[in-house]
Design a binder for this molecule. Structure first.
Ligand code: CA
Length: 224
């Protein structure tokens, strides 16, 4: 498995490169965005670790350009920009995952492995969905956030499952209606918004980090 790191901080490059090599990955790097873009055009990589603040081009912009030419190449943004807005901008620009510095190396490796597994199409036995500290057990149908158990009705469960399966992706009301309710659902009603609000109360209320976000005019997104 070959990974490209695009990062201008030499310390981060050597830390990540050495660590990943110890885990058996082949690692290449570029200190500037455009050099990284050239490398992607010329070589075959399995994954890109991308910084956002680069000397020549912004990582968000670079991510869009990478996804234009290599839509299936997984990109993991590794950045000091840690606000929810930064993450949303990252996911809007097409990144597959987003890890905020400082980070634990084992978390980086776990996320890289998860992305590689996803992109290689290996079916994972799915018994549990996990997004940040939110867990949904697909067998017992129970949700948990941190230590708090969340009771869900059948529809709330179906909606949360759909949002979690589409983590970091904006889903429109129509997509929700088609997947969670039957297609004949009357989109003129505000049923979906009502259910989203119920889920918000159950999932996000009392937690500093909100997972469910509204994208005005587009739909909803559950952010990891
Ligand atoms: Ca940087």
């Amino acid at each position: 498995m070959r990974i490209l790191i695009i990062e201008d901080e030499a310390k981060v490059v050597s830390f990540v490169k050495e660590g990943l090599e110890e885990h058996g990955f082949e690692v290449d790097f570029a200190n500037e965005g455009l050099a990284g873009e050239r490398k992607i055009a010329e070589n075959v990589y399995d994954l890109v670790v991308l910084d956002i603040i680069l000397p020549d081009i912004n990582g968000f912009e670079l991510c869009k350009r990478i996804k234009d030419v290599r839509p299936n190449l997984p990109v993991l943004m590794l950045t000091a920009l840690g606000t929810t807005d930064d993450k949303l901008t990252g996911f809007d620009s097409g990144t597959d995952d987003y890890l905020v510095k400082p980070f634990e190396f084992k978390e980086l490796v776990a996320r890289i492995r998860a992305l590689l597994k996803r992109s290689s199409g290996v079916a994972q036995p799915l018994s549990k969905l996990v997004v940040a500290d939110l867990e949904l057990d697909l067998k017992t149908k129970l949700a948990k956030r941190g230590n708090k158990t969340i009771e869900l009705t059948a529809k709330e469960y179906a909606l949360l499952e759909f949002l979690m399966k589409n983590v970091n992706t904006v889903v429109s009301r129509i997509e929700i209606a088609e997947n969670v309710w039957d297609i004949g659902f009357d989109t003129g009603t505000n049923t979906i918004d009502v259910y989203i609000n119920i889920l918000r109360k159950k999932v996000d209320h009392g937690f500093d980090t909100k997972l469910i976000h509204t994208k005005i005019g587009m739909g909803y997104i559950l952010v990891s």
